[in-house]
Write a protein that binds this ligand. Structure first.
Ligand code: DX5
Ligand code: ZN
Length: 223
């Protein structure tokens, strides 16, 4: 797997009744499994409570990238790191103490990431650049899979890329990533790609992950 492009498929649109099998289908070709945790408060949808997420974290053969779309995220984010999520993403809009939450996540050996919704600017959070391992720029309104990619977010991706500079921080995009949109996101500077419905609606999800990676690589080569 490449050092420069990471594909982190979201299981939001997978078949929840046989999640182990769904994860097994893509595990060996994916860098991380992206787990969308929604509480029906921060976003108008519910996915997993902590116990259900914990089972997935413990049983997944591929490390878990936990995207927490929950209100008052500070304490629970640290718990996700404690139980073994490899990466924990908090929303800037849902935390009351960004620094100590990021620090708490890292203290358990997990990567700490900060996400912003489409209407939130990244400039307001530039001071945290030395405390994160990844920024997540949402390219849809969080809450549901299968929405249209917001190309208008590419300016924010470019701004974030500049902010990161030469630091080894990953830049993730999430929402509407498919074979049609991944190149645009690569060109703007993203290197880590969540893809939900494009992967799980494909006839062969693993092949789609590979195809997304190849397309991203070739876009990167042409930069
Ligand atoms: C949306 C989630 C995404 C979603 C992506 O709130 O954060 O991870 O599952 O799904 P697609 O790729 O279908 O937009
Ligand atoms: Zn997500």
């Amino acid at each position: 797997m490449s050092d420069h492009i990471r594909i982190t498929p979201s299981i939001l649109n997978a078949d929840f009744s046989r999640l182990d099998e769904e994860i097994a289908r893509i595990a060996s070709v994916s860098d991380f499994i992206h787990l969308d945790v929604m509480d029906n408060i921060f976003v108008p949808n519910f996915t997993f409570d902590f116990d259900a997420a914990l089972k997935i974290i413990k049983s997944s053969p591929t490390p878990i990238d936990a995207h927490l779309m929950v209100a008052d995220v500070d304490q629970i984010a640290i718990q996700y790191a404690e139980v073994g999520a490899a990466s924990v993403t908090i929303h800037a809009e849902a935390t009351s103490d960004i620094s100590s939450t990021l620090k708490g996540i890292r203290s358990h050996g997990a990567r700490a990431a900060l996400a912003v919704k489409p209407s939130t600017s990244i400039e307001s959070y530039s001071e945290f650049v030395d405390r994160v391992d990844m920024f997540l720029i949402m390219t849809v309104e969080p809450g549901f899979g299968g929405q249209k990619f917001m190309e208008s977010m590419m300016d924010k991706v470019r701004t974030t890329k500049k902010l990161i500079g030469s630091r080894p921080i990953w830049l993730q995009v999430d929402g509407g990533i498919s074979l049609e949109t991944i190149e645009i996101a690569v060109e703007a500077g993203a290197d880590t790609f969540v893809s939900g419905s494009a992967v799980f609606k494909a006839e062969d999800p693993a092949k789609m992950v590979i195809a997304l990676r190849e397309r991203a690589h070739s876009a990167k080569l042409h930069l």
